[in-house]
Design a protein around this ligand. Structure first.
Ligand code: SF4
Length: 434
């Protein structure tokens, strides 16, 4: 989501004469767009500012705006802690950045803008063309969250659930297609909670997917991040009938233990999760899953942890994010006692070992096989191209020709933990949708 927001911030400041620089030491203005999901992310912001101060020690100070969820959460505290900051702008106020920049240029007064203006934000963004021309683009359809998982700061930093209008989203998708995008990933903190009411109609995520599936220029559709509670029947049908919807789903589960899921306030138990996986596999047998895991959540016993390992073995996730639980101030879980850090660390090592083993077992199956790859960019100073297959695996091939934007068949010859390596089987566009 921050990548989408950063691109839109760039679209917003272009009319007032700012553009992106590839030489950061020449910048007149820095925008640090931040994430607050983990404690380290906050530390990183102050660390980055320290680096910036050193770089500009003997030069004119650039204007510094901190945007995103750290700005929202830390608010005025940021100015107290770091005098170098000129503006603090929350994720629902970034449409005001052009005015904020102009005011700071004129008055040198520090500005704090952290209201929840989500409707006004998208009203403003709709008037400005999305200039992103990546082959694979993100498109925000929903923001905020009403689920209040006990460990998470999102409901406090991004605010309540808000869904953009159906037509707004489709128009922006058409604009991205016109700019050259072939793949669209619909994004939201709780993307499958998308619900837009207009007169007597209610539009859901599945309606957006079916509509995008009909757009000729769009070849692939993805969505992230989903909550198991909102995997509805119509969404499962979208997986069954929309051939452009890719057969991989990131479905965060956090723990394999129903006891821990309840403590986390995840609003489903582990049998619900298994049922969703089975339903999706039934309508789309090739579908694969990735997930998020929090290790060492307060109260997690060896038995709870073993249930998480069992879940990983059973679902055979192809790619996952796993972290030791990190307490976030203001959340209900922050009042609970942490699992001893040594115990949590050892569990994380065991879990990640299993995920790595699963990943290489999974990647090995691709050897000698033919896959379809959408090429996204050329690697710097190399005759190599980067693309992704339908399962989101990164794929690298050598080529003297420009492959960007093409979907081509590739034979896989090798792999490592991050990528598959292959050769193009025939240099012509595939007829397949994916
Ligand atoms: S559903 Fe996701 S975004 Fe919402 S509170 Fe839970 S973890 Fe945070």
């Amino acid at each position: 989501m921050n990548e989408y927001d950063s691109n839109r911030i760039l679209d917003l400041v272009k009319p007032i004469g700012y553009t992106v620089t590839d030489k950061p030491s020449d910048a007149d203005c820095y925008v640090l767009n931040t994430c607050h999901i983990r404690e380290k992310a906050t530390d990183k912001v102050y660390h980055d500012i320290g680096r910036l101060k050193k770089e500009f020690r003997n030069k004119k100070k650039p204007m510094l705006l901190v945007t995103g969820c750290v700005a929202q959460a830390e608010n005025q505290e940021m100015f107290n802690r770091e005098k170098y900051i000129d503006g603090v702008v929350g994720p629902q106020s970034y449409h005001q950045i052009p005015d904020i920049i102009k005011k700071i240029e004129k008055t040198k007064i520090k500005i704090n803008s952290t209201e929840f203006d989500v409707i006004e934000k998208f009203d403003t963004l709709n008037t400005i063309k999305n200039s992103n021309s990546k082959i694979s683009s993100f498109l925000t359809i929903q923001e905020g969250c009403d689920k209040f998982c006990h460990f998470c700061v999102v409901p406090y930093t991004r605010g309540p659930e808000y869904s953009r209008s159906f037509n707004e989203v489709i128009n922006e998708a058409k604009q991205l297609a016109c700019n050259g995008s072939k793949e669209i990933t619909l994004i939201g903190q709780n993307v499958n909670a998308y619900e837009y009411k207009e007169k007597l109609n209610t539009f859901c995520l599945s309606d957006l997917i079916f509509k995008l599936n009909d757009l000729k220029e769009i070849k692939r559709i993805r969505y992230t991040t989903s909550h198991p509670k909102d995997v509805t029947h119509d969404l499962i049908e979208a997986h069954q009938y929309c051939e452009k919807l890719m057969p991989v789903l990131h479905l965060p589960v956090q723990s394999g233990s129903s006891k821990i899921l309840e403590a986390m306030n995840r609003k489903h138990d582990i049998s619900d999760y298994y049922k969703i996986i089975e339903k999706l596999k039934k309508v789309k047998p090739e579908i694969r899953f990735s997930s998020d895991f929090i290790i060492g959540y307060p109260g997690e016993t060896d038995d709870d942890f073993n249930k998480t390992l069992e879940l990983i073995k059973r679902v055979e996730f192809i790619n996952s994010y796993s972290f030791i639980y990190s307490s976030r101030p203001g959340t209900p879980a922050s009042k609970l006692d942490d699992v001893p850090s040594e115990v949590a660390k050892n569990r994380l090592i065991e879990l990640q070992d299993l995920l790595v083993k699963n990943n290489s077992k999974y990647k090995k199956k691709f050897l000698g096989k033919s896959i379809e790859v959408l090429f996204e960019n050329k690697l710097k100073k190399q005759k190599k191209y980067f693309g992704r297959d339908k399962f989101l695996n990164s794929v690298i091939v050598e080529s003297n020709q420009d492959l960007n934007g093409q979907i081509l068949k590739v034979k896989v010859n090798d792999f490592n933990h991050n990528s598959l390596f292959g050769t193009i089987l025939f240099n012509e566009k595939s007829n397949c949708a994916a």
